[in-house]
Design a protein around this ligand. Structure first.
Ligand code: FES
Ligand SMILES: [Fe+2]
Length: 471
């Protein structure tokens, strides 16, 4: 049944809603009409990570953020970060593209439309209309000529934009996970590197590859082999599982070696996340005296390492959190998902962060940043654009390469005649269902406060259960 959206455009009703939370209809990943519903009902109403703040450190620095056909200019001004729709008030041409490092900081010359040369300052006020006398003066009302503002909020080292004037605030949408990540120093890290790739898959397929740890055994066997005790209990049992089994005779010393080797695997496999500087500190405790039994020894060892990492990195001038204190006061999951298209993998003091934007029903642009702390004055040059590689490039670190190997083939498999639904583990793949049902909430026009409350339930839901979202 067709209904009208507020813009008056006829939209079909959601033909593929989730009726059983454990079963996700396959068409949601390729149907053109479903994609159009997301573009109309979801994206214009959600907070989108638009840029990292170190990209726009000085007043007049700006960057263009685009998604599903909408372009926004995010600008550092003397009064904080502002954002504008990227269109000329004369005849609609985008007034800027890319970023200020390439095209000039806008504090002096402002933005100049490439078509007829109208201008705006960094506060969005129109400062120049060429041949003003040629226009009816009542068509040149300054309020009308000013760039159309877009809502923007900064948090966690990023600027987030929202096209919906009535949406609940970013903090209200994220809920307590925002404070937990903040306690982990999220706003103090900076980009170490930034990669991007085009994936031939629906944006949700790409997101969902990072919503559970259940795939580690098969997709990243090196991680499971390195530390089976971390995975086997959680996903299988030690007899009927897949992958390596736990060696019951492993000594405490061997186990500590395995923990360090696992850190190295993560470091090499992600090209960061756990940083070499942290592994170096962990190595100082390789032969430390520990109790004989593993249950006591391993947490004790981790405690020593975390304490030393905080202390030693602080001595080097890095503003890192007190890891022991925050692990108790503000625990975070291995992946923290920030609806709809941004997520973080916190490790000790560093992070990998991901953003995924649709390019169509069956294509998306996938970005990864490595984020870590630096002593003041020793920050590396800020990457202003991702290094874009083909998704099967051998230059990607091993772990993303392993994830990318499944995503495009999964997209193909979804088109199989007999494949109607994904069937989810209610205990471990709940996040996939929960965020998808939140999308249905947006499509159905559920009250914004209820959507925000549901969004808050996604914090800490990695590897977690299906939840009642309250609508
Ligand atoms: S379209 Fe921009 S100045 Fe004419
Ligand atoms: Fe993975």
């Amino acid at each position: 049944m067709a209904e009208m959206d507020p813009a008056g455009m006829a939209l079909a009703a959601n033909a593929y809603p989730i009726e059983d939370p454990e079963m996700i209809p396959a068409q949601r990943y390729y149907d053109e009409e479903f994609y159009r519903l997301e573009c109309e009902r979801l994206w214009p109403h959600v907070w989108q990570m638009a840029c990292r703040l170190e990209m726009i450190p000085e007043p007049g620095d700006w960057i263009e953020y685009t998604n599903v056909g909408k372009s926004v200019l995010v600008v550092r001004t003397n009064d904080g970060v502002k954002a504008y729709e990227n269109h000329c008030r004369h005849r609609g041409v985008p007034i800027a593209g890319g970023h200020g490092n390439d095209h000039g900081n806008c504090s002096k010359s402002g933005f100049i439309c490439p078509f007829h040369g109208w201008r705006w300052n960094m506060d969005g006020e129109n400062t120049f209309v060429y041949g003003k006398q040629l226009f009816s003066q009542d068509k040149l009302d300054p309020a009308e000529l000013a760039l159309k503002p877009v809502r923007v909020e900064t948090w966690g080292g990023c600027a987030f934009i929202n096209h919906d004037a009535d949406a609940p605030s970013l903090r209200e949408s994220l809920g307590p996970v925002a404070d937990r990540l903040e306690a982990h120093g999220m706003s103090k890290v900076r980009s170490e590197w930034w990669f991007g790739t085009k994936l031939p898959a629906n944006w949700k397929i790409a997101m969902e590859a990072f919503m559970e740890g259940y795939h580690v055994m098969m997709t990243h066997p090196q991680l499971q082999r390195g530390l089976p005790s971390l995975y086997n209990q959680r996903y299988g049992d030690d007899t009927g599982g897949i992958g390596a089994t736990v060696d019951p005779n492993m000594s405490v010393r061997e186990n500590i070696k395995a923990q360090i080797a696992n850190m190295e695997l993560l470091n090499a496999g992600m090209g960061g996340m756990i940083q070499a500087k942290e592994i170096e500190i962990a190595r100082q405790f390789e032969n430390v005296e520990l109790p004989d039994n593993l249950e006591e020894a391993v947490p004790m060892w981790y405690g020593m390492v975390m304490d030393a990492v905080s202390k030693q990195l602080r001595e080097r001038g890095e503003d890192v959190p007190d890891l022991i204190a925050v692990s108790q006061s503000d625990p975070v999951e291995a992946v923290e998902y920030l609806f709809p298209h941004y997520f973080l993998l916190p490790s000790l003091t560093s992070y990998a962060s991901y953003r995924i934007r649709p390019l169509g029903p069956e294509e998306c642009f996938f970005e990864i940043w490595s984020l870590t702390h630096y002593p003041e004055g020793q920050e590396p040059e800020v990457p202003m654009e991702p290094t874009v590689l083909p998704y099967d490039s051998q230059d990607f670190p091993m772990i993303p390469r392993q994830d990318y190997s499944n995503i495009p083939i999964q997209q193909k498999g979804l088109h199989s005649e007999g494949f109607e639904f994904m069937r989810l583990s209610k205990d471990r793949e709940g996040l996939v269902s929960n965020y998808q049902r939140l999308i249905d909430g947006y499509i159905a026009g559920v009250e914004p406060s209820k959507l925000a409350a549901a969004n808050q339930q996604l914090g800490g839901n990695f590897d977690g259960p299906i939840k009642d979202l309250g609508f």
